[in-house]
Design a protein. Structure first.
Length: 152
């Protein structure tokens, strides 16, 4: 599911904007305003996500649960001719973007100042109509190169 974040700046979400973008349309008091879910910069991107509620920023949909299958019949052609047993997992799943208001992306250097600014921006997100949904970041997702920055 977190592989979706590789398409974060080039995949549209439900409002027609990229999931992390600077101009999401939001209607407050019958006026449309532009809201950003992206902190500018030139570094490796990192993300704050709120997975604490029933509605999520990234959605995992499981239609058919994982099932382990093995072809181990000694009379099967692959087993008999090549002495190979075939094993695999069968599943039917999908993932996609949920609410952009529950996620904030940054290309700025991951440090205390930029983290605090991103956290404040995410916690200040509003829903249509101006309602404050009470977003609280639960996950910080960083590239492996930024692991040490995330821990300090």
């Amino acid at each position: 599911m977190f592989g979706l974040l590789t398409a974060r700046f080039a995949t549209n979400c439900f409002d027609g904007q990229f999931f992390f973008d600077t101009d999401h349309p939001l209607q407050i008091d019958k006026m449309v305003t532009q809201v950003s879910s992206l902190q500018a910069g030139a570094g490796d991107p990192w993300y704050l996500l709120d997975f604490g509620g029933d509605i999520r920023p990234l959605v995992w949909q499981e239609r058919t649960p994982d099932t382990f299958e093995a072809l181990t019949n000694p009379g099967a052609a692959d087993v008999f001719l090549r002495n190979e047993f075939t094993c695999g997992v069968r599943a039917r799943v999908n993932c996609g973007f949920g609410l952009w208001q529950l996620a904030f992306g940054s290309k700025a250097t991951l440090d205390a100042t930029n983290y605090a600014a991103a956290r404040a921006a995410l916690m200040g997100m509003r829903a249509d109509g101006g309602r404050i949904p009470g977003v609280t970041p639960t996950h910080l997702v960083v590239p492996s190169a930024s692991d040490s920055s995330a821990c300090s």
